[in-house]
Design a binder for this molecule. Structure first.
Ligand SMILES: O=P(O)(O)OC[C@H]1O[C@H](OP(=O)(O)OP(=O)(O)O)[C@H](O)[C@@H]1O
Ligand SMILES: Nc1nc2[nH]cnc2c(=O)[nH]1
Ligand SMILES: [Mg+2]
Length: 183
């Protein structure tokens, strides 16, 4: 399913490319129905959400706008530092807008709970979250998620935007990294 040498770096494949796309179609239908007659601004969180954003945007049969933020709480490690930094802010004014934050993963929840509160404080009409993955056993703070693709076990995953030391983001499915890669 993947490019050369990647399979050997995986302990297992968790979600295939086909399963990701089927789920995105499902989420897109719900979003179309929920936002009927309303404007919709998708806010992607760089860099992990690039793949979800590109595929979700194309799965939606309606007008949308896209904007991007870059925040970081992980650096190059595998454990959240808990400190969220804005590396790139939005270009859009959020006043009166219906904002849907698009993310690859909610792990501790620290990034998204901080980001949702931050965007709500900017005068948006609504701020909701769409994430492809969530780790219920890793949550440190409650995050109100309206659209979630898959709940997954508490393991470090890679692929479909998710990196280990900036690599594997372009893997088409999602997998668990084999321990020998980071030991
Ligand atoms: O729920 P949390 O524990 O806060 O973790 C989730 C965040 O961590 C990852 O981003 P990261 O900060 O690693 O940057 P990246 O998107 O550029 O990979 C991921 O893309 C989420 O944004
Ligand atoms: N690559 C990757 N980044 C993350 N950021 C938060 N959780 C994860 C994870 O499981 N994998
Ligand atoms: Mg991210």
């Amino acid at each position: 399913m993947e490019f050369e040498h990647v399979e050997g770096d995986l302990a297992k494949t968790l979600i295939t490319e086909d399963e990701l796309h089927a789920k995105l179609d499902e989420l897109a239908r719900q979003i179309e129905s929920d936002y009927q007659g309303k404007d919709l601004l998708l806010v992607g969180v760089l860099r992990g959400a690039v793949m979800v954003m590109a595929d979700l945007a194309r799965a939606l049969n309606r007008h949308i706008e896209m904007d991007w933020m870059a925040v970081s709480s992980y650096g190059s490690g595998t454990v959240s530092s808990g400190v969220v930094r804005i590396l790139k802010d939005l270009d859009s004014d959020l006043t009166g807008r219906n904002v849907l934050i698009v993310e690859d993963i909610i792990d501790s929840g620290l990034t998204l709970s901080w980001l949702k509160a931050n965007l709500e404080s900017r005068g948006a009409a609504s701020v909701e979250i769409c994430t492809m993955l969530r780790k219920p056993d890793a949550l440190k703070v409650e995050v109100d998620v309206k659209y979630c693709g898959f709940d997954i076990p508490n393991e470090f995953v890679i692929g479909y935007g998710l990196d280990y030391a900036e690599q594997y983001r372009n893997m088409r499915g999602i997998g668990v990294l084999a321990p020998h890669v980071y030991q």
